[in-house]
Design a protein around this ligand. Structure first.
Ligand SMILES: NC(=O)c1ccc[n+]([C@@H]2O[C@H](COP(=O)([O-])OP(=O)(O)OC[C@H]3O[C@@H](n4cnc5c(N)ncnc54)[C@H](O)[C@@H]3O)[C@@H](O)[C@H]2O)c1
Length: 373
């Protein structure tokens, strides 16, 4: 029952490292946006350099598709982590994860958060539950890795950013795992090397075999597209300032009334144009593509086998995200996308929702950087 070591993450944030205090050189708070800074720039991040000492004892909230996957990864492939407890309103799901991993079942999230044997919390419950859970983690002083999106609307995400800043501790990380994908890491290194010259265009494709029945047209933008939005900000190290959305003929595979596919055109502060296809009922499988066009060259995301199960495509990224989070906690160096990154992605997604309604390009509106409360 040893707590996570006291660390820079546990001391009041200075103006330079307040979540949401975006540095001049790119999006984020400065903790996750520089090469080699622990933001996932090293393949296998966190796997080999975790110091000794007691494991980080993780509590899992939500034992659905993502939660089960994270639980198995934590139990099998993350040195320095121990999954100690799980909770889910569906007792069978919680029991299944507990049986598979040997962890306890907590009666609810309050019990899990109040357990002194839980050092850190992984939130894998539905999007609309994230705010209450992340705020409860902040109140309990426990580091939390929250699945994306941080929140379904920008005001909610900003409340989390502000609550974290007021807590004086950098406790929140968001599950934008693509930053740990070896292919995207190679693309970022290629851009940083200067060999491609200045970036001009980015072409992104995000296709799923099938959406869940409850998926909505807006969720193509607020849930699926947030992965693309985050990777654009992370790759280019700048903010997206405007978004246009176009919708054409809807696939008959989509649930009734769902406009799928959609095309987004993002414009960054420096004028890079990014086109994004989001097609979540593509039928044939999970297929993510990306091509970066620079003044002197082109870099394509290395091709990956198309799979029916989206978890296969980013299995390494999911694993390395957890390794980096746990390794960061053990080293006392927070790692991964911040609450501000979650807020920024949601802000862009909501500009996309506005554009889908208005038919016009919509500006991305974001609050000023947050200072300690
Ligand atoms: N990073 C990614 O690539 C990725 C992929 C899929 C889903 N997600 C995100 O992961 C989260 C979970 O998605 P999923 O596909 O596993 O959904 P899911 O429906 O399969 O599982 C969600 C689970 O949370 C439980 N739950 C509901 N309310 C809860 C609460 N208040 N407290 C605790 N548990 C609660 C449900 O009973 C269910 O078992 C969502 O936020 C989703 O957007 C991320």
């Amino acid at each position: 029952m040893t707590p996570v070591p006291a660390s820079p993450a546990d001391v009041p944030a200075s103006p330079a490292d307040v979540p949401g205090d975006a540095p001049a050189d790119g999006p984020g708070d400065g903790s996750g946006d520089r090469p080699g800074d622990g933001s996932g720039d090293r393949p296998g991040d966190g796997s080999g350099d975790v110091p000794g000492g007691p494991p980080v004892r993780v509590g899992l909230v939500g034992a659905g598709v993502m939660g089960r996957d994270h639980a198995m990864t934590l139990a099998r492939s993350v040195p320095g982590a121990a999954l100690v407890t799980v909770t889910d309103p569906d007792p069978d799901r919680a029991a299944e994860v507990a049986a598979a991993t040997g962890c306890r079942v907590a009666v609810d999230a309050d019990a899990l958060l109040g357990d002194p044997g839980v050092d850190a919390v992984l939130v894998a419950s539905p999007d609309d539950t994230h705010e209450a859970l992340v705020l409860a983690c902040l109140a309990a002083g426990k580091p939390v890795l929250c699945e994306k999106p941080l929140a379904p609307d920008a005001e909610t995400a900003l409340r989390i950013v502000r609550a974290e800043a007021a807590s004086g501790r950098r406790l929140v990380r968001v599950g934008f795992m693509r930053r740990h994908d070896p292919g995207y890491l190679a693309m970022r290194r290629a851009l940083d090397s200067g060999d491609l010259g200045a970036p001009l265009l980015l072409h992104c494709r995000h296709r799923n075999a099938a959406s869940t029945p409850a998926f909505t047209s807006d969720m193509l933008l607020t849930s699926s597209a947030t992965h693309e939005i985050d990777i654009v900000r992370w790759l280019l190290r700048e903010e997206i300032v405007a978004v246009s959305v176009r919708t054409g003929r809807a696939s008959r595979r989509a649930p009734a009334g769902v406009v799928d596919p959609r095309l987004l055109l993002l414009r960054t502060a420096s004028g890079v144009l990014v086109d994004v296809e989001v097609f979540v009922n593509a039928g044939y499988g999970y297929d993510v593509r990306c091509e970066l066009v620079g003044e002197r060259g082109v870099h394509r995301l290395s091709p990956a086998p198309v799979s029916r199960d989206w978890r296969d495509r980013f299995a390494v990224a999911y694993r390395d995200q957890l390794r980096a989070w746990v390794g960061g906690l053990r080293r006392g160096a927070p790692d991964g996308p911040t609450a501000w990154d979650g807020y920024a992605a949601t802000s862009v997604a909501l500009a996309a929702v506005r554009s889908a309604r208005s038919g016009r390009e919509e500006a991305v509106t974001m609050a000023d950087a947050v200072t300690p409360g």
